[in-house]
Design a protein around this ligand. Structure first.
Ligand SMILES: [Zn+2]
Length: 160
């Protein structure tokens, strides 16, 4: 039987003025953006953590510390590409990803096809192996008050 492993990732970033909004490797026009040491792409970070967790390779902060100057304002697609390299070096390949973005505004759904296309290219996987969903928080909590966004990702990986 083929060995399969599951991983889970979760991330949150604060919304602030004067920042670009990056989600799933795509820049989205909005009045506020996510704050962070990197470009704060909350979806990519959740996916990286899920991939690393599935392979038992610690987490994103362990491999890409936010105290390191080299990661300041870094494009999170680079972190995702490097995470896939770590995963493949450990002998794994992606099975599939199922991810959810929790954001009150803007509307995420129109951007999902380009996110899937972008992430599939960065990860060198089939677009069909990446599922991205979006939900609001029904105006409740920090997501509902538009103080931040959260992302959740589950991944399955297979041993090569
Ligand atoms: Zn993050």
């Amino acid at each position: 039987m083929m060995k399969v492993r599951v991983g889970f990732g979760y991330d949150v970033h604060q919304l602030v003025p004067d920042r670009d909004l990056w989600l799933g490797g795509v820049r989205i026009d909005h009045t506020v953006g996510l704050k962070g040491h990197s470009d704060a792409d909350v979806l990519i970070h959740a996916i990286c953590d899920a991939l690393l967790g599935a392979a038992n390779l610690r987490d994103i902060g362990y491999h890409f510390p936010d105290t390191a100057g080299e990661y300041k304002d870094i494009d999170s697609k680079i972190l995702l590409r490097d995470t896939m390299r770590l995963l493949r070096e450990a002998g794994y390949e992606l099975g599939n990803i199922d991810a959810t973005i929790a954001a009150e505004r803007p509307k995420i759904n129109p951007h999902i096809p380009s996110m899937k296309q972008t992430l599939a290219a960065v990860m060198a996987v089939d677009e069909n192996d990446i599922s991205i969903k979006a939900t609001t928080s029904e105006r409740l909590g920090f997501v509902g008050r538009e103080e931040g966004m959260a992302a959740y990702a589950t991944v399955l990986i297979t041993a090569r």
